[in-house]
Design a protein around this ligand. Structure first.
Ligand SMILES: [Zn+2]
Ligand SMILES: [Zn+2]
Length: 90
């Protein structure tokens, strides 16, 4: 059972989650770095968020309130997610 989201461009799609910077990069076409939690469409975040995640989470790299606030994860449609990943050459 997957949750879906209605995208203006792609219609009904699988729900995915990315940091606010990646969500912004979708319209600018910029490369901001692409890290994700694994799986075909795992939650994704940018280089800046990765830096904060490692600084805050140490060796385990766990997210905490500060790194999550910095990432400010946004909901994105699966097709937009795929486009964003391709934009970063992944
Ligand atoms: Zn980010
Ligand atoms: Zn879309």
């Amino acid at each position: 059972m997957i949750n879906t989201v209605e995208c203006h461009t792609h219609g009904e799609q699988e729900e995915t989650f990315v940091c606010q910077h990646l969500a912004g990069a979708l319209s600018t076409g910029e490369k901001v770095g692409f890290f994700w939690s694994g799986g075909p469409r795992g939650d994704a975040w940018c280089s800046a968020c990765e830096e904060v995640r490692v600084r805050e989470g140490g060796a385990t790299g766990d997210w905490n309130e500060r790194s999550e606030a910095f990432a400010s994860i946004k909901l994105l449609c699966g097709a937009c997610y795929d486009r964003l990943r391709a934009q970063h050459g992944i």
